[in-house]
Design a protein around this ligand. Structure first.
Ligand SMILES: Cc1cc2nc3c(=O)[nH]c(=O)nc-3n(C[C@H](O)[C@H](O)[C@H](O)COP(=O)(O)O)c2cc1C
Ligand code: SF4
Length: 438
């Protein structure tokens, strides 16, 4: 069946199709269809066309590909950190996809998991790993099955095994199913979980590229990052750089949620205008409602006001300059009739639940942020509370094992600051709080 009715389906402007090329193609998940569209030609080119591991790393560096898991770290550079001497090394795909509003990695698996498998084998060759894992969130039943099926087909076709395509390169791949904790998406928490320990992050350095899974050099890459690799190898670095901006090369999957007319997962070149995306591609807000705010990159990204998105482009540098981030590309649209005090309380509920509890500023801070924002929602707030929230959030930043604490602090600082007038309304009386709640 074509992937036509997927809830994730966007409407791809045809010239931007790199990752979504198979959208609408019958039997898009099959190996045969993937091969008809150039699938595994990149692996053949690498292994049989005489490309060395360094050639692959240099090509990916030249393409400007940056990690799509959130931080945007240059992919080729990261692969280059793996020590060269032979020995056990691992490649892990981060398919935890726990960032609220994010469903792009699932869409890739739904279209064709072979994109990911091929990208993984090429990446494994580049870093010298003979074993790799796909770390998948436990709730993703379909995606687990699609990845397992694609791995089986890849083994049967000779793309995986002791002698890949008869070239002597050995690579084995497995799926590992996690139990659905947001913190297991953080790469060192993920590695702990894969090792059978509690999914808790570890201090860096040492970085996983030097000391990761079972103490060996390990690269953790997001699904979307690896799925882009075959296209880059087939078409070259310059072709990839034709999309996007100087520092944000290529296309990116943007998952939009909130009351827009055409929600879905859209592939767009980085640097695309955010307003055009919301109003033209996604059809604007349902019922002609006014836009109040946008969370541009998942729950961890500080909020932008409607005025701030006027000339905003969707790329790493423009979002960073505006004090927020591209993150996972999860664009959350907030309409005029949703209270930002409720948005804050909702986000703080999430962060309080998901803190792993190792660090005091994060464990205690998220609890206090939830309590204070909930008090305001319940009509028990008082002038000065929003400032206290921002103050507590400020003390949670830059002093914990991982950046989860900073992520929780981001919206807790930006929302009270940018929507101070809405907090004042809530302090006035319980009646106005109850009204906004309805
Ligand atoms: C709290 C937290 C949750 C994260 N969740 C994810 C996730 O679900 N998927 C993901 O790919 N990266 C996630 N990351 C980022 C990973 O730590 C890591 O940077 C990423 O997998 C690297 O892949 P990339 O270089 O391809 O982007 C998370 C980071 C933090 C701090
Ligand atoms: S910052 Fe929070 S989530 Fe990260 S290790 Fe510390 S307690 Fe755990």
């Amino acid at each position: 069946m074509p992937v036509m009715n997927s809830p994730y389906m966007g409407r791809q402007p045809s010239e931007f199709k790199i990752l979504t090329e198979l959208e609408g193609v019958p039997n898009s998940r099959s190996l045969d269809v993937y091969k008809e569209h150039g699938g595994y030609a990149a692996l053949e080119k690498v292994l049989k066309g005489g490309m060395s591991p360094d050639d692959v790393i240099n090509l990916v560096k030249a393409s400007g590909l940056r990690g799509r898991g959130g931080a945007g770290f240059p992919t080729g550079m990261k692969w280059g950190f793996v020590p060269k001497p032979a020995g056990e090394k691992y490649l892990i795909t981060n398919f935890d996809e726990g960032e609220p509003g994010t469903y792009k990695d699932r869409y890739i698996a739904e279209l064709n998991a072979h994109m990911l498998i091929e990208g993984k084998i090429i990446a494994a060759y580049a870093i010298g790993a003979s074993k790799s894992y796909i770390y998948l969130r436990g709730e993703f039943y379909d995606e687990i099955a699609w990845c397992e099926q694609a791995i089986k087909e890849a083994y049967d076709a000779g793309y995986l095994g002791d002698n890949v395509l008869g070239t002597g390169f050995k690579h084995h791949m497995d799926v590992y199913v996690g139990a659905g904790a947001y913190i297991c998406g953080e790469e060192t928490g993920l590695i702990s979980s894969l090792e059978g320990k509690k999914g808790q992050p570890k201090l860096k350095p040492p970085f996983p590229a030097v000391k990761g899974y079972l103490g060996k050099p390990t690269i953790v890459n997001n699904v979307e990052t690896l799925a882009a690799v075959p296209w880059i190898i087939r078409n070259g670095a310059e072709a990839y750089k034709k999309f996007g901006t100087e520092k944000s090369a290529g296309t990116k999957l943007f998952n939009i949620s909130g009351p827009v007319v055409r929600p879905g997962c859209y592939e767009l070149p980085l640097g695309y205008p955010l307003k055009r995306f919301i109003y033209e591609d996604c059809g604007g807000l349902i019922g002609g409602k006014k836009l109040k705010a946008v969370i541009p990159g998942g729950a961890s990204a500080p909020v932008l006001t409607a005025a701030e998105i006027e000339n905003m482009t969707m790329d790493y540098e423009a979002f960073a300059a505006a004090g927020t981030m591209l993150g996972s590309g999860a664009v959350i649209v907030i309409p005029e009739d949703v209270s930002m005090v409720h948005v804050l309380e909702n986000l703080m509920h999430f962060f309080k639940d998901e803190s792993c509890g190792q660090c005091t500023p994060c464990r205690e801070g998220t609890g206090w942020l939830l309590k204070m924002s909930r008090d305001i929602v319940n009509g028990d707030g008082a002038p000065g509370d929003a400032e206290k929230i921002a103050d507590v959030a400020g003390k949670m930043m830059g002093r914990t094992i991982c950046t989860f604490s900073d992520a929780a602090a981001g919206p807790a600082r930006s929302i009270p600051q940018k929507f101070a007038h809405e907090f004042l309304e809530f302090y006035k009386n319980k009646a106005s709080a109850a009204h906004a709640q309805g």
